[in-house]
Design a protein around this ligand. Structure first.
Ligand SMILES: CNc1ncnc2c1ncn2[C@@H]1O[C@H](COP(=O)(O)O)[C@@H](O)[C@H]1O
Ligand SMILES: [Zn+2]
Length: 362
């Protein structure tokens, strides 16, 4: 595990509220329990439960959102999540979150995102480069080598944002999110994600907003094939998104199309196993895609909800699929090619990986 922690890593599929620290979730639940907003003893077992079906995961998200959806908490969890990823040597993080509106506390999608940005700026224990067009990225570049793991130096992390459309949303709400993403481009928003309970909603509802996003140069990644839905999977692949997440219930034609378009897959091993989207690692599609040299990237999905970390995902992959250190290093480094940030960032990341080889005994 130590080695997997030292390995520089790229995280491309992490949901903000799903990455919340367990301790923070508990604290928030206790405080709201004391205020009488929730009954703590009722939610305690929901938080503590380890095995969660996909349905239960989305019930937990409803609870998490009750606990976290105010500006102060959104800021706090953003800050903590970034610190946590940086502390395990994630050097580039594409963090995704669903902008939320909550009229009762005067929250708009924009003010939600402003709280996220405040959280980004509030990180003080590590250096964060988050906006492509301001000095942060420049100063990060000058201070290479960065994240020279285990040498006690201050950690540095690139952070970029993806705005998620929740499958419960209408076309108009999805469009509002895309427009917000466009307005926030200078602040490091690079693209759009489609997520949420996969048994809810219809592809055609989101398509206009996703097309609009693409026409305006935003990148798009889709949660695709998390449940069996052959028609939707084909329609999503025909859209040719820049990446897809999961791909658990793909059939032969889907694999063909995915490979034909060479669409990178964000693989979330622990998430897939806990939610039983894949029955066991022995039959996980990671192996086939890896052997076929199809672009893949290991990701956490919801590090808090599934009690994992990106280092742990590498460890799980290494033991399940027999990867050695060199293979893990290459797998982690290959992820650079599938990030949505520009070539300058990619070049920096390549240097970071090359500089790390000595420390990693490679
Ligand atoms: C387990 N697999 C999954 N499949 C689909 N969507 C998921 C997900 N895990 C998380 N989310 C999506 O991310 C939201 C939480 O983060 P944010 O509030 O956006 O920061 C969830 O409500 C859901 O919409
Ligand atoms: Zn996800």
């Amino acid at each position: 595990m130590e080695w997997c922690v030292s390995l520089p890593k790229v995280e491309l599929h992490a949901h903000l509220n799903g990455s919340i620290r367990g301790s923070t979730l508990f604290e928030l639940a206790r405080v709201l329990g004391e205020k009488g907003v929730i009954v703590f003893s009722d939610v305690e077992h929901v938080i503590l439960k380890n095995d969660r079906s996909l349905t239960e995961v989305f019930k937990l998200f409803d609870l998490i959102h009750i606990l976290t959806t105010d500006h102060t908490t959104v800021k706090r969890i953003t800050q903590e999540v970034i610190e946590d990823f940086a502390s395990e040597n994630v050097v580039y993080l594409e963090l995704r979150t669903t902008p939320k509106r909550n009229d009762s506390i005067g929250m708009t999608k924009r003010s939600y995102m402003e709280a996220v940005m405040e959280g980004l700026r509030a990180v003080s224990t590590v250096d964060v480069a988050f906006a492509p067009h301001n000095v942060d990225a420049g100063s990060l570049r000058e201070s290479l080598p960065i994240n020279d793991a285990c040498d006690g130096k201050r950690k540095k992390i690139y952070v970029r944002l993806l705005l998620s459309i929740d499958r419960r949303e209408s076309t108009a709400a999805a469009m509002e999110t895309v427009k917000l993403a466009l307005e926030m481009r200078d602040l490091g928003v690079l693209g759009i994600d489609l997520s949420g309970n996969p048994v809810v909603g219809e592809w055609m509802t989101y398509l206009p907003a996703l097309e609009f996003a693409r026409e305006h140069g935003l990148y798009v990644t889709l949660h695709c094939g998390e449940v069996p839905n052959p028609k939707e999977i084909q329609a999503m692949l025909d859209f040719i998104p820049q990446r897809v997440g999961h791909a658990c219930y793909f059939e032969e034609d889907d694999w063909k199309k995915l490979k034909h378009y060479n669409i990178p897959v964000e693989i979330c091993l622990t998430s897939n196993i806990v939610t039983a989207s894949v029955s066991s690692l022995d039959v996980h599609h990671f192996a086939d895609l890896y052997n076929a040299k199809h672009p893949i990237v290991l990701c956490t999905d919801d590090a808090g909800v599934f009690s994992t970390s990106l280092s742990n995902e590498y460890k799980v992959a290494a033991s399940a699929f027999g990867l050695g250190k060199r293979e893990m290093f290459q797998l982690a480094k290959n992820a650079i090619e599938f990030i949505f940030a520009d070539d300058g960032v990619k070049q920096d990341l390549r240097k970071i990986f090359d500089l790390a080889t000595k420390k990693l005994d490679l």
